[in-house]
Ligand binder design. Sequence first.
Ligand SMILES: [Zn+2]
Length: 351
Amino acid sequence: MAPGGDETAPVAEQLPGNQQASESPEPSAEVLKEKSMEELVQAYHDLPLMDAHNHNAAGGKYRSMIPKWDESGVDRIVLFGAVSEPAAEATDETAWEAYQNNPDRFIPFTSGINLLEQAGLDKLRKNLERGYFGLGEIAAASQYSPALAQVEWKTEHPMDGILPEIYALCAEYQAPVLLHIDPLNGTPVSKLQEALAAYPDTTFILAHANVFNSPGNLEAWLEAYPNLYADFFAGFTVFNPESANVLEDFIPVIRKFPDRIVLSTDSGFGLSSEELAIEAMYRLIDKLDDSELAERIAYSNMNGLIERQPATRTQLEKIRGLGGEDDSGLDLATLSKREAGEWLIRNGKEG
Ligand SMILES: [Zn+2]
């Protein structure tokens, strides 16, 4: 506890160092319970934070977000843009560029994959070989989403089109697949369950798993399928009036499955700003009041899915072509996809 800590000032207690206790003269504990965004960012300054679902490759918006991520302590971003439509081919390239310019910050996913034709499978293999770290967001089912219900390359349900082959390919590359599914009931869910059971070596991340979904459903699915991860879009639960739940409702599920929850902003979809979605991630972290659990969901769960992916044949060929075998710091037998990608970026010829 900070020296001079004052029991009427729980906010100050959470801050690193001893912040000015002058902010809390006489107010009730009630008022102080909600920290400001500034206080949250300061309180969790040392916590690594990754946004596991971000669309800011679209329109190159990631560029203008960089200062905001800096300010708000968002360290890394799983980046893509458009979803399951031809426009996503261009945003995949934008995500790749962002990664080439800043591999410490950006993790490119590919979503410009036609889920209905065999060509999509070849494209996915090519992109995973190149160095993309996952597939998504994809529209594996969408009836109601204003953004996705009409996209050209969506499937009707999570076992439709070439999705079964796609799951097998993702398992081969140990790359996760981030699926948008709406509604989260009926056929889309029974087909998701079928996919989870049929492809136990594939990691499925259910996009915004708390959106129009109950904690009970989420708990049951996580319980039944060890290859399922949940992307938690806290911004919806905290700030969207359509949410039937509050954060507290989901906390028991998060505690029960500490290794399979990841946090995201979904670029603030449906909210007045993306910053609100970042704030909501912090609000959840703050409510957990468990630094180890916070670190897992904020960072290491998603990071683990990235780090475990091995370097691809294409990456290794490029590295050899650039004389990488002579680099004593490089063990080509155990190289990860992330390490290979970074080496290729450092040594110039990637693009
Ligand atoms: Zn999304």
